[in-house]
Design a protein around this ligand. Sequence first.
Ligand code: SER
Length: 886
Amino acid sequence: MMTANEIRDSYKKFFESKGHVIVPSAPMVIKDDPTLMFTNAGMNQWKDIILGTKQPEPRRRTDSQKCLRVSGKHNDLEEVGHDTYHHTMFEMLGNWSFGDYFKEGAIDYAWEYLVDVLHLNPEDLYVTVFEGSPEENIPRDNEAASYWAKHLPQDHIIDGNKHDNFWEMGDTGPCGPCSEIHVDSRPAEEKAKVPGRELVNKDDPQVIEIWNIVFMQFNRKSDGTLQPLPMHVIDTGMGFERLVRMLQGKHSNYDTDIFQPIIKRIEQLSGKRYGFTTPTGSNGECANGQEKTDVAMRVVADHLRAVAFSIADGQLPSNAKAGYVIRRILRRAVRYAYTFLDQKSAFMFKLMPVLVQEMGQAYPELLAQQELIGRVMKEEEDSFLRTLEKGINLLNGDMDELKAHAQTQLDGASAFRLFDTYGFPLDLTELICRENGYTVDEQGFNKEMAKQKARARNAAVVENGDWQVLREGEQEFVGYDYTEYECHILRYRRVTQKKNTFYEVVLDHTPFYGEMGGQVGDTGVLVSENETVEITDTKRENSQSIHIISRLPQDPSADFMACVDIDKRNASAANHTATHLLDYALKQVLGDHVEQKGSYVDADTLRFDFSHFQKVTDEELRQVERMVNGMIRQDFAMEEHRDTPMEEAREMGAVAVFGEKYGDKVRVVRFGPSCEFCGGIHAKSTGRIGFFKIVSESSVAAGVRRIEALTGKACEEALYRVEDTLNEVRALFNNAKDLQGVIRKYIDDNDEMRREIERFRAQKVEQLKDQLVAAATTVNGVKVVRAVLPIDAASAKDLVFKVRQEITENLLCVVGSVADGKPMLSLMLSEDLVNDHGLNAGKMVREAAKLIQGGGGGQPHYAQAGGKNADGLSAAIDKIVELANL
Ligand code: SER
């Protein structure tokens, strides 16, 4: 039997033997693309080539791509765990032809690989072809059907509809008809009863699609129409986990050697067993709850991979966008482990060693960042478990209320609050309620959910118009060499976002850098003979700079000059270069484990996130600053190597960032000893940075620190501010020369005065106590001490305690105090009044506080209450004496 690793290799080798170049997987987390957060198909990384904005060589490629389908058009999250063949993260084996072979070649290769190399039985194979779509004016794919007919009898070739046989990456973008290959892996007797063709695309767990061959022919535009692509493209995707399961003769992906080691470890850690009871119930559940345990183990095993690979790609869990998706996946796993595997403390992170052992070789980024991933996971688990506990307490409170009002149903709004604030999905709330004999108003919950979705939709609407093409052609970026350049508008479109309307413009030549790799986009102007239009930002999409302008030029087809705002550009370039020097210095000072985890640079500031497991000390920070400033003074000139083959760049010792997408050719930027893969805009030499100063060091997540720093003019200004502040302080101390000495003396004097005041206060309280004790009256054997005094709350407290030291039995001492116009009641009862007479100071004070328009409470023998109405103090004291009922 082939192992998973052998199967992956055999696929790539087969296509290599057919002239394909083996390429690495692109990162699973996509950066710098507003239309997609995660790689959801193998073809994502080739989008630019397919759309014709990037050259297609080499035209034949093959790889195994890490994919994540948890958001957008392709979202399988809720399925995962409940069946045995959906995953959040999965690997997709693919072969590509960019304008080389098309339908016939793709079909013949697929057949040869499955039948001749993997020895699948042709009788078990079924294929689907697109039935056509009259409304889109696309005929049935007779061509693909005729090529399949070379290999398969007609009853193994099935027509499929648009849903299954027309593949689209998203609402817009490359698409085309496709042929899916399905495998029937049922036992012979079942095959005899029902022919496989009847089960294709019918959710039968044993008759499943393993390979999708897409014939990319169109680009779907935002108005829904289809535009032919510049060249025909073959995009195939084979679900690796499903293929392995079939070849290993298993019924479930989780029984293959991809998942078994992880499941075994979950069994060991949880003390529960996987898959030992056959389901008996109609929904596949087992009387003893085993099905739930199995689902939970599958969820944990699946989500572990998704979360670990995302963190390895540089995406930490967070509250926004991709980070939030990752956080939700992790929380889903924690919930299942908490509820069905009894894991009440962090658990998933303990599975990291086995994951790394199984997949670290094929994906070295996992191995290299094992410690960081484990720490981040554990911290996230811990914090979500605390939230879960809080939510459970809240739910217990809600159930107490229900009980008190003899009700049996939790309302939808409460269930939704638990979902929204504490991440409790409805099923968890229902489960806990059911265990306690309550139901949940599901309809009410759904209503609240719909309301929230509507709110989110309204907030996020972006309307993109279609591109208006003025000239054909591709954009050339000239920004590494120029800040001004002659240009024309190739195309533009109107965009409306939150009621704001602006235009996005693509120029034929542009010196404008589009926001990427943490560096902000350039701003500037577009100038023609007759007018000037401001460019307020530049974004990057499909490897192009997209210029944002608030109004269209009157003549968009005029000749323009694109001019970058040079001051801003120079400042952000200097900040970018400083991050390289900072990265280098951190590795020198802290060690080689330092990995860049994110950065942001604009004209004003720079931010650099990196892996490091404790706070960076002040001395270390100072060492880093000295090193960076040293490199600035050495004025290293920028050495730039464009279009360097990847291997050569690595040999030069260039530092790459995990999770960044690099092409076959990369740009390497060197400043003295610092050498990095980088596409950004830099200072011409380090001297131009001027000066570098760290302003803060903090934690972003477990194992990730953040440094914020200033350079150049911003440093100069900061220095002036420090000096001005210091001068102002000095002026406050009569321009003292020895400022530190003067301030120290001031603090000492202050401390001395504080002690003095404290002594006076204590003396005063002592005197007051003597007076009060002397003035005490006796009512039915109880000493009543009462007074209204102009003292603060702390003194009043001291006073009543002192009185009780003096009069230890049968004492009711109530003091009304006023400080800064605020009234306060302090009540002290001796123990015997509490124990034998059932008095309670807390309750009495609460009642009496109404007369001073306030509230408070405390213990049975001592309580305080503040209020607003000082005039009510006397009446409040009367009330207390009355309540004591002496
Ligand atoms: N793009 C197709 C898919 O994702 C084939 O790779 O299924």
